[in-house]
Design a protein around this ligand. Structure first.
Ligand SMILES: *[C@@H]1O[C@H](CO)[C@@H](O)[C@H](O)[C@H]1NC(C)=O
Ligand SMILES: *[C@@H]1O[C@H](CO)[C@@H](O)[C@H](O)[C@H]1NC(C)=O
Ligand SMILES: *[C@@H]1O[C@H](CO)[C@@H](O)[C@H](O)[C@H]1NC(C)=O
Ligand SMILES: *[C@@H]1O[C@H](CO)[C@@H](O)[C@H](O)[C@H]1NC(C)=O
Length: 397
């Protein structure tokens, strides 16, 4: 038996030892203000941010980058890896703002971008891309830059984005491209309803992406899902205004990756153009969509609450009058309720060449004012169970 006194002493020694190890492991913190960034909203802080990144990325130990309160003007910033450690924590208490001249970032594809990184987490922060000027330029019909994505992760893994706010992006707010194991939670995404192409979160060529507990109101899709996306989980989202949650557009190219295993759960759509949408070009392609579960969605005054549109051909230009080659199968709609802003609450317009198969409707209650809502099916095969309002229009199982 060890004496109580000795045991306390041992505990203390052990504590000091562990604390020492711990502080070694978290030793590296780079404060952008210390490196010269000024939170005055006027001084270009791009260099201090990049030098904080260079140090954090070059550190053999886990590293933290700290952004204190204030408004930091940031030009295009590329944070590239691979890094010497796989635990970089970026804590942002301030707001990063893009230059007021939209051309500065607008001619590049993105504003803040992480490439080839592993184990990066971002906590907090507001990103304000100041997109208003570019949208006005586009609306005037002048020759304008396409615009930049606000925050992009490319070819990266083990990414966490927590409690981030994105305001007024020029183009997409957040893009996850070619990544695995990415979690976005507690995001707030905001742009006006008439801001062009301001998709909230865009996922492409990525696997194991999780989007949770977020509020997205914007001028285009709240979440858009592109070719090569698998094992995507979306839960507890408030979407609106915006164009809803879209898989697509798919099948623009003949040779294209499919979308597989997508779950969309507990989403409220408010005054959106679409609720849950799958959209494909009307041309030949070897792409597919399979294994999608839409669960527990509430529609509030949504124009197209449930829609599959395989005849997408914007302005009827450059689309040969062909059937879509995208094969859609095993899509389940479960517990979807609320109000449609149009009579047609369910629209399945599938490919004449590859009819949709394995569609399942379960417990659907969509209303249209005090009139009956309607459902329409073209080349749509599936089964319905439970209460289905409007009445299902499937051909067969
Ligand atoms: C996913 O990434 C998180 C960090 O964001 C990490 O803690 C977790 O272990 C990763 N999971 C896998 C399966 O790699
Ligand atoms: C589907 O994706 C989820 C993550 O979103 C994952 O947990 C699940 O195992 C995947 N299912 C299949 C059959 O791959
Ligand atoms: C459906 O979502 C609502 C909130 O959006 C929640 O209160 C309810 O428990 C959910 N139901 C199921 C079956 O998950
Ligand atoms: C369907 O929704 C309407 C409007 O919310 C509601 O009045 C009605 O009770 C619901 N029907 C069922 C069977 O839940």
């Amino acid at each position: 038996m060890v004496q109580p006194m000795t045991s306390h002493l041992l505990t203390l020694v052990l504590f000091i030892f562990l604390f020492h190890i711990h502080s070694l492991a978290t030793a590296a913190t780079y404060n952008v203000a210390t490196l010269g960034a000024k939170g005055d909203g006027l001084s270009d802080s791009t260099k201090p941010f990049l030098s904080a990144w260079a140090s954090a990325c070059g550190s053999v130990q886990p590293a933290t980058i700290y952004v204190p309160p204030g408004r930091y003007l940031l030009g295009k910033a590329v944070f590239s890896g691979p890094c010497r450690n796989n635990a970089i924590n970026i804590r942002i208490d301030g707001t990063l703002i893009a230059p007021s001249d939209f051309r500065v970032i607008g001619n590049g594809a993105n504003w803040i971008v992480f490439v080839h990184v592993s184990g990066v987490s971002i906590h907090g922060g507001t990103l304000d891309a100041q997109g208003t000027g570019l949208w006005a330029c586009k609306a005037s019909g002048k020759n304008c830059p396409i615009g930049a994505t606000t925050l992009q992760f490319s070819n990266s893994d083990q990414i966490l984005v927590s409690g981030l706010t994105s305001l007024n992006s020029q183009m997409f707010h957040i893009v996850i491209n070619g990544c695995t194991n990415v979690t976005v939670h507690g995001a707030k995404v905001l742009a006006p309803t008439d801001s062009p192409n301001t998709d909230g979160i865009h996922v492409s060529k990525s696997s194991g992406v999780t989007i949770l507990n977020s509020k997205i109101g914007t001028g285009d899709d709240c979440i858009s899902i592109s070719p090569g996306t698998t094992h995507l989980w979306i839960e507890n989202i408030a979407c609106g205004p915006g164009h809803g949650i879209s898989i697509g557009s798919l099948g623009k190219e003949f040779q294209e990756d499919g979308v597989q295993n997508v779950t969309v759960s507990k989403v409220t759509f408010t005054n959106t153009d679409n609720g849950v949408r799958i959209k494909t070009w009307a041309k030949s392609s070897n792409a597919f969509v399979r294994g999608v579960l839409y669960q527990n969605a509430t529609m509030v005054n949504v124009k197209n609450p449930i829609i599959i549109d395989q005849n997408y051909c914007p302005d009827h230009k450059n689309c040969p009058s062909q059937a879509s080659g995208v094969k859609i199968s095993d899509v389940t709609y479960q517990d979807i309720h609320g109000s449609s802003a149009t009579e047609l609450a369910i629209k399945f317009d599938c490919s004449t060449k590859y009819p949709c198969s394995g569609l399942i409707l379960e417990d659907i209650n969509l209303t249209y004012g005090d009139k009956a809502a309607e459902a329409s099916c073209v080349n749509a095969n599936g089964i319905a169970s439970g209460l289905i309002k409007p009445t299902s229009c499937f051909n067969r199982g």
